[in-house]
Design a protein around this ligand. Structure first.
Ligand SMILES: NC(=O)C1=CN([C@@H]2O[C@H](COP(=O)(O)OP(=O)(O)OC[C@H]3O[C@@H](n4cnc5c(N)ncnc54)[C@H](OP(=O)(O)O)[C@@H]3O)[C@@H](O)[C@H]2O)C=CC1
Ligand SMILES: O=C(O)C1=N[C@H](C(=O)O)C[C@H](O)C1
Length: 273
């Protein structure tokens, strides 16, 4: 955004791990202002100032009323749960508010609802807003094409004990990128776990392994295992700041943008394959 007028951003899931990180990032940003903060009806945070947890006030109270939370906003940044994001989508369409969606775990029908919503408003949706992961996705496309024969592909991800969806949205995006580069359909070739007498590995499969524990922010490795060598392409997040900063870049990208469904490739100007 180049305008001198600050971009008015509302945050959904205001008391969540990402919600708080985003509120801090917005209030510290010179070109953005916090215009609303939303949380669930049963949230103990309702009514509190959105920055009270930082020991200061910003004058925006956390609300469960979508119309109140969106009334002053140009963009809603949503890191909640799929059902919450879809409720917010309805309200954003009504108010003409653009959306940055970081929530993961959508099923196919829910993704179709989001695509339909993008006919009316601008939406940036990505399972990982960090610049690094989106660059890694491009590297994976190149690696998969170059290693198309003779390499078994396994995707290993690790996250904190509170994460509710598996594999992570990022791991699935990595799988989709690799599968597309190889002309495979991830739905047909993904193996999401192994146990018992599995038989030998089918070379056409893409395997996923999930680790959950402690406060791991987010680690992803794609392993290309050949004969006599292994290539590992890894990304490790040590802070959620990177997701918050990527989300602000996405929000700035949406200011004045035509309705449509955009990805971080569009925001970052990365080549699509
Ligand atoms: N794209 C990216 O870069 C990243 C994506 N994520 C994704 O973001 C999402 C949130 O992660 P995280 O912040 O760790 O999760 P948290 O559980 O810490 O926060 C989620 C927030 O959303 C609220 N919420 C839950 N359900 C609903 C609902 N139905 N309607 C409205 N609000 C709801 C929660 O309220 P309450 O506490 O009351 O339940 C909470 O405030 C996940 O899907 C995660 O995978 C996370 C990090 C980076
Ligand atoms: O829940 C998380 O924490 C994260 N979720 C996203 C995902 O599912 O890929 C992004 C990041 O890995 C952190």
């Amino acid at each position: 955004m180049t305008s001198a007028t600050p971009l008015r951003i509302a945050i959904a899931g205001a008391s969540g791990r990402m919600g708080r990180m985003l509120i801090e990032a917005v209030t510290q940003s010179a070109d953005c202002v916090l215009a609303g903060a939303l949380d669930r009806p049963d949230s103990p945070a309702l009514g509190a100032d959105a920055t009270a947890w930082l020991g200061k006030t910003c004058g925006v109270a956390i609300s469960d009323d979508l119309d109140t939370g969106l009334a002053q906003a140009q963009v809603l940044i949503d890191f909640t749960r799929p059902e919450g994001t879809l409720d917010h989508l309805v309200a954003c369409r009504r108010h003409g508010v653009a959306m940055v969606i970081g929530t993961t775990g959508f099923n196919e029908a829910q993704k179709a609802e989001l695509a339909e919503g993008a006919r009316d408003i601008g939406i940036v949706m990505a399972p990982n807003m960090s610049v690094g992961v989106n660059v890694v996705l491009r590297l994976l496309d190149m690696a998969a094409r170059a290693l198309a024969e003779g390499y078994d592909i396994e995707i290993i991800e690790a996250h904190h004990r509170h994460k509710v969806d598996a594999p992570s949205g990022t791991a699935l995006a990595m799988g989709e990128t690799v599968a597309a580069a190889l002309g495979r359909d991830l739905k047909a070739c993904a193996v999401y776990g192994r146990e018992g007498h599995t038989g030998e590995r089918d070379p056409s499969t893409i395997g996923f392994a999930t680790v959950r524990g402690g406060d791991i922010v987010g680690d992803h490795t794609v392993l290309f295992a050949g004969t006599g060598e292994r290539i590992e392409i890894s990304h490790k997040s040590s802070s959620r700041v990177t997701y918050a900063q990527g989300s602000l870049r996405a929000a700035r990208f949406l200011a004045g943008r035509a309705p449509g469904l955009y990805g971080m490739d569009d925001v970052l100007g990365l080549p699509t394959s």
